[in-house]
Write a protein that binds this ligand. Structure first.
Ligand code: ADP
Ligand code: ADP
Length: 234
């Protein structure tokens, strides 16, 4: 079944006479799938992110996530961006627990099951190779380590969908490829559906089950490519 379905969406910024950012956008992502969206700057990748997370509502067409029309910000989604934004006065572990303090439903669960959530955060830290770093402050971690912690934070509330917007863009080539493996492990271990936005085709080919290629002026999906072989998920 589709977890995300974008159907015939037009999104215009700045009123009816404004820029048509994306036009007749169609894109479907199945539950559990790892999808990548590639395309040049200006093709509508950020717009797509904002449509799926409910930060923008399209003028035309439908955005459906987990069977529901998106009409407001969606809480079943985890997000990570190019620059990790951790609160410097909180430890890494406290940063990871942050999403649980924001949504009321999660706040209740955090109060009732604090130990359990700390354990879960520690499990995530272990998967991304940061075992024992929960008590460090973000500024004590390297850029790559901060981005790993960022990924833990995006996953702590067990989102059905993880949206990644150029999460490796600010990292050196070596750290980036290390993190590709981390993401692959997270996808395998958590079974979460992922939409990765990137301008790096090599990254998309390495990670994704399905690749959408977008073009600009206005943004639209030019091609959809399903990877023809089952990739190792060890
Ligand atoms: P990408 O993330 O692929 O670079 P965007 O989604 O940011 O693409 O932009 C898609 C198109 O929409 C571009 O032509 C961009 O100039 C335009 N656009 C994006 N945001 C705005 C905005 N707030 N106001 C006007 N035009 C915008
Ligand atoms: P990354 O590849 O995650 O960017 P670096 O290459 O900067 O990490 O660091 C390599 C290793 O050095 C890390 O895996 C970690 O074990 C150690 N390290 C880096 N920063 C710290 C720190 N602030 N405290 C303790 N160990 C650290």
């Amino acid at each position: 079944a589709h977890l995300v379905s974008i159907e015939n969406v037009d999104m215009r910024y700045g009123g009816p006479a404004g820029t048509l950012a994306v036009s007749n956008l169609n894109l479907k992502v199945d539950k559990g799938e790892f999808a990548a969206v590639v395309g040049p700057s200006g093709c509508g990748k950020s717009t797509l992110m904002k449509l799926v997370t409910g930060l923008h509502i399209p003028q035309t067409g439908d955005v459906i996530v987990a069977g529901r029309q998106v009409t407001e910000p969606v809480s079943i989604v985890g997000m990570a961006f190019q620059n990790p934004t951790m609160l410097p006065w909180r430890t890494t572990l406290e940063n990871i627990l942050l999403p649980l303090e924001i949504v009321e439903k999660h706040r209740h669960r955090l109060r009732a099951h604090k130990k359990e959530y700390i354990q879960k955060a520690e499990n995530l830290l272990e998967i991304v190779g940061l075992k024992g770093f929960g008590s460090k402050f973000p500024w004590q971690l390297s850029g790559g380590m901060q981005q790993r912690a960022n990924l833990c934070r995006a996953l702590i509330h067990e989102p059905e969908l993880l949206m990644l917007d150029e999460p490796f863009g600010a990292l050196d080539a070596f750290t980036r490829e290390e993190l590709w493996c981390v993401i692959r492990d997270l996808h395998a271990a958590q079974g979460v559906t992922i939409i990765l936005v990137t301008h790096d085709l090599r990254e998309a080919v390495f990670l994704a089950d399905k690749i959408f290629v977008m073009s600009s002026r206005p943004g639209r999906v030019l091609a959809e490519h399903r990877m023809p072989f089952a990739r190792p998920r060890d």
